[in-house]
Ligand binder design. Sequence first.
Ligand SMILES: Cc1cc2nc3c(=O)[nH]c(=O)nc-3n(C[C@H](O)[C@H](O)[C@H](O)COP(=O)(O)OP(=O)(O)OC[C@H]3O[C@@H](n4cnc5c(N)ncnc54)[C@H](O)[C@@H]3O)c2cc1C
Length: 407
Amino acid sequence: MDWTDAVVDFADTPEQATFRTEVRTFIERNLPEQLVARPEEFSAFGMAEPGPERREALKRWRAALVERGWIAPAWPKEYGGADLSPMEQFILSETFAETRAPRLGVHDVGSTIMVHGTDEQKREHLPPLVRGDTRWCQGYSEPGSGSDLASLQTRAVRDGDDFVINGQKIWTSDAHNANWIFALVRTDPEAPKHRGITYLLLSMKSPGIAVRPLHQMHGGSEFNEVFFEDVRVPVKNAVGEINRGWYVGATHLDFERSSIGSAVGNEQTLDALRAFLVSERGAGSGRSRLGRVDAPRLQLADRYVEAAVARTLSQRIISMQARGLVPNYEASMSKVFGTELGQRIYRTAVQLMGPYGGLTDHESAHTPMRARWSTLFLRSQAFTIEGGTSEIQRNVIATRGLGLPRG
Ligand SMILES: Cc1cc2nc3c(=O)[nH]c(=O)nc-3n(C[C@H](O)[C@H](O)[C@H](O)COP(=O)(O)OP(=O)(O)OC[C@H]3O[C@@H](n4cnc5c(N)ncnc54)[C@H](O)[C@@H]3O)c2cc1C
């Protein structure tokens, strides 16, 4: 492993400091008060649809971000972006996280269309994506194809100017709200598995698409099964070359990949937990209702140390990107450490709550912070699965970082 890239320069240059101030001022001037995330207002289901007042505030916030090009800050200005450098994107993400401003972004599908799409696809899809008029979901995984995604079986057969799709996707986040889906489908079953796949754009209103919700153990329902039965899609909805969709799907623009937002989020979670414990133990003259928490107290100290490590891993990635290097196994190190740290934080939290830690009824007066800790403890089990499992990240570190042979 080459440690020379681990050098990190923390100090802002004068230009970066000016940009940081610019972002803060923008947030102070434009962020509607009701959108600032507050731990005490924790709602157990982050993906619940907002009420009318919040929807209106989100609309205003989005309009302000669209005007600055900060919805898709890495994109060229002609597509509604701001052409920010990796370091500016990092500062933007960090400042949004620090001020708890919601980071409205565009789905990755936009970058893929920008790189591989036709002019017609760009005109049709990019502006409504930036404005927030379209909502996309991602049709990669199938019941038998997750980590080994290239084995996917959903079939697309050519019939004149259309493809006819049959098959099933699973774990499709937000499919119940989305009006578009992009899907990897098999167009040539005879070809080697990576070479017979096409990347297609489909309206969720196409006849023959059915969405069935999957329920998660934390009580939410963020993802779904999506079924395709004789769904017709125009061939012109293929992005990039037919049968080359695997490589189209692997496109990632060089946008900010440091996960600094999650690193700052972990620190804020720890601060909220610490503040809660201080107020619980400080309240009144008697013992806290949480009882003795001495041993887990030491765990809280460990989590603070680890959160500092997670921030450094993020800083290393951005420092590489700023020097024109492409993070590879370094991004896997940050993902595996950051997500497993997230799980440890919520485990520590429920332990610190003692007997109250297991309560999940977020309306009960006995449940600390509306069941924030127990709910997120349950939700955090998915952190190390979504976006590539911890085992797959460790494989990347072992082979590409350590140069070990494939297992
Ligand atoms: C909350 C959530 C949201 C998601 N959203 C989406 C979405 O919007 N769209 C979408 O397409 N998918 C989505 N996914 C699916 C996600 O990408 C897959 O769950 C993930 O890639 C793992 O695939 P799998 O579930 O099929 O598990 P499998 O690949 O079957 O893995 C099972 C176990 O075997 C291990 N394993 C597999 N291969 C190896 C190997 N080579 N070496 C060592 N261990 C291995 C895995 O680490 C895992 O522990 C989501 C998942 C979650 C949890």
